[in-house]
Design a protein around this ligand. Structure first.
Ligand code: PMP
Length: 433
């Protein structure tokens, strides 16, 4: 793979950007090779300054479910651009996007837009604390809910990739109210709530974990979270920043039929522009300023460009055939991985929900962060390198999920599987990197 331009960009970036990046996982610290200097995206492909083309399974970490540059989204952004970029008043595109979200997401009667997933979860936690008069929150080991202080405990995604236990700079008091429990362990949460339920404002969960790699909920787990939180008067918050409009149009809550009290969104609802949102019942959301006392605001919240982009993307997705196609593609990819692993005689857990897919090499089952950590990270790094050199851009960490879009073809997916077959090796056989 040619990478002279990529290397030059990396060196230049390292001179002026902290760590050479604006989000840690982009630095490729857990895999060999240089992050490509991407100059253009089109459909399922990315093109770099060195002349390489990649089948893209990062998709900007989730937003591009329709692939890069869907014409409907471009047209909506262009039209809004002509009218203006930001006004500091409520505009039609934000009302239209809110209407679509309220229609689609079962738990949401009122929504508030913010600028990132981090802001969405941070604000939802504040609202939950205010609504219950309690301070405690529960999150799950290996889940990532953005980088707000209270949620930077036992975090997945880039925090796990870099092996950071928490983060310096987070005051002990900020995480004192945060309890971290194993995901998919109904006994652990039942036990905690039976002892300290009256102190817990909310249980915050990625209904399909995506930041320890993809880890689906075990059958009955989300239902149990719902009944336990109800029993103890705690709110259930689904962090659907990744899963919202990804695993189904109405998110994981419509896929599994479990309705939380509050829902956080991001990524797809902005189609690649900066966005986040949180929402819930009218009663809860009316506690947010100005109708209620819980303060939360944003200069660029509901930014018309992001709202127009998101609205156009949701219009394309509303046609349910898109999710059938994503399911077919995801199924084909997971089957391809499983067959390749079996052919090579290497144990692999292939986790998938719809178009979110993660292969874990060297383990037979991944149901939580502890089992995800038993997968061979060297094996993953070798796989990643094989993919990169063959023109497949997979997230550069075991603890990120791979994504497919509606415009990936069967051939694209088969190529990813073929290269998986070429790159999958037992942990003890990984060549020195
Ligand atoms: N929650 C989840 C489930 C996420 O996956 C992410 C980001 N990957 C966030 C929250 C934080 O979102 P953002 O990066 O937009 O702040």
């Amino acid at each position: 793979m040619k990478d002279a331009q990529a290397t030059a960009l990396r060196e230049r970036a390292e001179r002026v950007l902290a760590g050479g990046v604006n989000s840690p996982v982009r630095a490729f610290r857990a895999v060999p090779g240089t992050p490509p200097a991407i100059v253009r995206g089109e459909g399922a492909y990315l093109y770099d300054a060195d002349g390489n083309r990649f089948v893209d399974c990062i998709l900007a970490y989730g937003p591009h479910i329709l692939g890069h540059n869907p014409p409907e989204v471009l047209a909506a952004v262009r039209a809004q651009l002509e009218r203006g970029i930001a006004f500091g008043t409520t505009t039609l595109p934000e009302v239209e996007l809110a209407e679509r979200i309220v229609d689609a997401v079962p738990s949401i009667e009122l929504v508030r837009f913010v600028n990132s997933g981090t802001e969405a979860t941070m604000s939802a936690v504040r609202l939950a604390r205010a609504a219950t008069g309690r301070d405690g929150i529960v999150k799950f080991d290996g889940a990532y809910h953005g980088h707000a202080d209270a949620l930077l405990a036992g975090a997945g995604s880039g925090v796990a990739t870099l092996g950071i236990p928490g983060s310096p700079g987070v005051p002990a008091a900020a995480v004192a109210g945060t309890t971290v429990l194993p995901y998919n362990d109904a006994g652990a949460i039942a036990d905690l709530l039976s002892r300290r339920g009256e102190q817990i404002a909310a249980v915050l969960v990625e209904p399909v974990a995506g930041n320890m790699g993809c880890v689906p909920p075990l059958p009955g787990y989300l239902e149990r979270l719902r009944s336990l939180t109800r029993e103890h008067g705690c709110l259930l918050i689904f962090d659907e920043v990744m899963t919202g409009f990804r695993v189904a149009y109405g998110g994981a809550q419509s896929l599994y039929g479990v309705i939380p009290d509050l829902t956080c969104l991001g990524k797809i609802i902005g189609a690649g522009l900066p966005v986040g949102a949180y929402g819930g019942s009218r009663t809860l959301m009316e506690k947010v300023a100005p109708s209620g006392p819980v303060y939360q605001a944003g200069t660029l919240s509901g930014n018309p460009l992001a709202m127009a982009a998101g609205g156009a993307a949701l219009d394309c997705l509303r046609d349910g055939t898109k999710y059938e196609r994503l399911e077919q593609l995801g199924h084909r990819l997971a089957d391809g991985f499983a067959e390749a692993g079996a052919a090579a005689g290497i144990e692999c857990a292939i986790n998938r929900v719809g178009s979110m897919v993660t292969p874990f090499v060297g383990v037979d089952r991944v149901v939580d962060f502890a089992s995800a950590q038993r997968a061979s990270r060297a094996g993953f790094a070798h796989l990643h390198q094989t993919w990169l050199e063959a023109g497949v851009l997979w997230p550069p960490s075991q603890y990120e999920t791979g994504f497919l879009s509606t415009v990936h073809t069967d051939q694209d997916v088969d190529r990813i599987s073929e290269m998986f077959a070429g790159g999958v090796v037992a942990a003890e056989q990984v060549p020195a990197l």
